[in-house]
Write a protein that binds this ligand. Structure first.
Ligand code: G3H
Ligand code: 13P
Ligand code: NA
Ligand code: ZN
Length: 328
């Protein structure tokens, strides 16, 4: 059944667990997540970016998610708009049946230029007023996602600031978070702690100087009733990188956010953990392996089934690691 993000994360806060929010674009990703949720009895957050709605088409996406709810009636499910770039995008999502929207006012409407604090407050408060009137939850973002190593946003296409970000822009300030929450009324707050979108987050295993997990406790203390969200939280599994490379892929050395660090984040108040890249890497690795090992096969269902199995493995592991298993 559909529930709102606020309902799900209130439960998660009460019980001290975190919920992975997986990006979805197609049938096999949705099936993989739902199969993993069923197997582990976990509540689900499916999130769709603007790019996802463009890729799949708004009606296809909506009907596939309705099919997921119909096929798994006892699994609580949040359908969330990821990185809404404007109030208009959020309203379109609400009209389409989303139970939660992210108004990402950390960037201007082009999703590239860092926005002023006042702009962020204004657009986010606007969306909260409208969404809350119809029972839809709102996630805001304070601080720009980006690398403390390079000052770059990381993402080559999609959502991410252009140019170099200052140290201040790259870390969410607890006192500003308190003011932001008071002036907007957001249910959830995405924080900047050195993570970035995509596969190239860190050039080495992250340590405290480039991944500021220790800052989470102070932000949580400043906004105890608002649920904290970690974006850019793929772990970039080395075993999947090896498979991608073994079967012809070209991905240079890179590191993600270790699952153990995410668990520390959850212990300090993080409730929603955004993951897209890990599913992309696993599906690509599985498809490359399939085509390399079965060169005569041309039924796409077989390659896609291998990709779905790989994605499901990632999802089950995250549901278990974040304490989400058994909470459905
Ligand atoms: O925030 C970025 C997510 O990974 C979605 O990526 O915009 O390519 O769909 P996308
Ligand atoms: P990753 O690129 O680390 O999977 O992050 C996804 C994300 O934050 C979507 O909003
Ligand atoms: Na989001
Ligand atoms: Zn994100």
């Amino acid at each position: 059944a559909f529930i709102s993000l606020r309902q799900l994360l209130d439960h998660a806060a009460e019980r001290g667990y975190g919920v992975p929010a997986f990006n979805v674009n197609n049938l096999e990703q949705i099936q993989a997540i739902m199969e993993a949720a069923e197997a582990t009895q976990s509540p689900v957050i499916l999130q769709a970016s603007a790019g996802a709605r463009q890729y799949a088409g708004e009606a296809y996406l909506r009907h596939m998610v309705l099919a997921a709810v119909e096929s798994h009636p006892q699994i609580p499910l949040v359908l969330h708009q990821d990185h809404g770039a404007s109030p208009a995008v959020c309203l379109q999502a609400i009209q389409s049946g989303f139970t939660s929207v992210m108004m990402d006012g950390s960037l201007r409407e082009d999703a590239k230029t860092p926005a002023s604090y006042d702009y962020n407050v204004a657009v986010t408060a606007d969306v909260c007023r409208i969404a809350h009137a119809v029972g839809v939850s709102v996630e805001g973002e304070l601080g720009c996602l980006g690398s403390l190593e390079s000052g770059q946003a990381g993402e080559e296409d999609g959502v991410g600031a252009e140019g170099t970000l200052s140290h201040d822009q790259l870390l969410t300030d607890p006192q500003e978070a308190r003011d932001f929450v008071a002036r907007t009324g957001v249910d959830a707050l995405a924080i900047a702690i050195g993570t970035s979108h995509g596969a190239y987050k860190f050039s080495r295993e992250p340590t405290g100087d480039i991944l500021a997990i220790d800052r989470i406790a102070a932000i949580h203390a400043a906004v105890p009733d608002t649920h904290l969200v970690m974006h850019g939280s793929s772990s970039v599994p080395q075993e999947w990188l090896e498979i991608v490379r073994r079967y012809g892929g070209e991905i240079p050395e890179t590191y993600g956010v270790p699952v153990e660090e995410i668990r520390r984040g959850i212990a300090n108040g993080v409730r929603k953990i955004n993951i897209d890249t890990d599913i992309r890497l696993a599906m690509t690795g599985a498809m490359r392996q399939f085509f390399a090992e079965k060169p005569a096969d041309f039924d796409p269902r077989k390659a896609l089934a291998a990709a779905r199995r790989a994605a499901r493995g990632i999802c089950e592991a995250r549901f278990e690691a974040f304490g989400c298993a058994g909470q459905a």
